[in-house]
Ligand binder design. Structure first.
Ligand SMILES: Nc1ncnc2c1ncn2[C@@H]1O[C@H](COP(=O)(O)OP(=O)(O)OP(=O)(O)O)[C@@H](O)[C@H]1O
Length: 217
């Protein structure tokens, strides 16, 4: 069975059709990249797969079950969207990492500061980041914080929307290595990348899923 599938997705914004009849099938253990020109709707597509945008036409399935048949908080905990830029609530990074564990959907999970520390170490940072005010993080520090928070929550599918764009090359390398290991470390995981960097796509993606803009009649 495929982990995440889309069948015939079509999406309009205003009076413009972004894409028509888009389909994909991503298996567990796969790392793939959605590619298309600027404005083609890659972010809208990832957000649609993540259950953050309405599915106007077509169907998304996770573990063979239609997105519409999942309780949405559960679905979004499994299929997690990581934006280019995250806005954090007040507090320090530790507060930001811990906060989602108070949500009902994550009640089976327990926040472990040591696990956060290990992830930070594997991204070339140390625990001093935990005490920093989240509102004053740099773009790259914000991306690291968002990635660590996402991984701590134990998703199955990570949708990465230019999620390493603000990182220095060394940290990009560490992030790609970490995610590559993450994807195969346990069964039932997959990565879907959107990246403008073709070299990054070659490094991280086993194949590309083209997003071709709809033809205007
Ligand atoms: N809620 C919305 N209302 C109206 N237009 C929207 C909405 N969301 C996205 N759009 C438009 O849809 C188009 C696709 O946006 P999106 O950010 O998904 O493109 P993209 O392929 O990720 O682009 P880029 O590669 O430049 O980041 C854009 O023209 C955007 O302005």
């Amino acid at each position: 069975m495929m982990l995440l599938e889309a069948f015939g997705l079509t999406r309009r914004v205003g009076d413009r059709e972004l894409w028509r009849g888009w389909s994909c099938a991503v298996a567990a253990g796969e790392s793939v990249a959605v590619v298309g020109p600027s404005g083609a709707g890659k972010s809208v597509l990832l957000r649609t797969l993540a259950g953050l945008e309405v599915v106007e036409a077509g169907e998304v399935r996770y573990q063979g079950r239609p997105q519409s048949a999942w309780p949405m908080p559960d679905y979004r905990a499994h299929v997690l969207y990581l934006p280019q830029r995250s806005v954090f609530d007040e507090g320090n990074v530790l507060d930001v990492l811990r906060a989602p564990f108070g949500f009902r959907v994550h009640r089976q999970r327990r926040f472990e500061e040591a696990a956060a520390g290990r992830l930070l170490t594997s991204l070339g940072r140390d625990e001093s980041l935990l005490s920093r005010d989240a509102a004053t993080l740099s773009g790259g520090e914000g991306q690291i914080t968002a990635l660590v928070r996402a991984l701590l929550l134990g998703p199955s599918v990570l949708l990465l929307d230019e999620a390493t764009s603000a990182l220095d090359p060394e940290t990009v390398g560490l992030t790609e290595a970490l995610l590559g290991r993450w994807c195969v470390d346990a069964p039932g995981r997959a990565l879907i990348w959107v990246s403008h960097d073709p070299a990054q796509r070659r490094r991280v993606a086993q194949r590309e899923l083209p997003l071709v803009p709809a033809v205007v009649a």
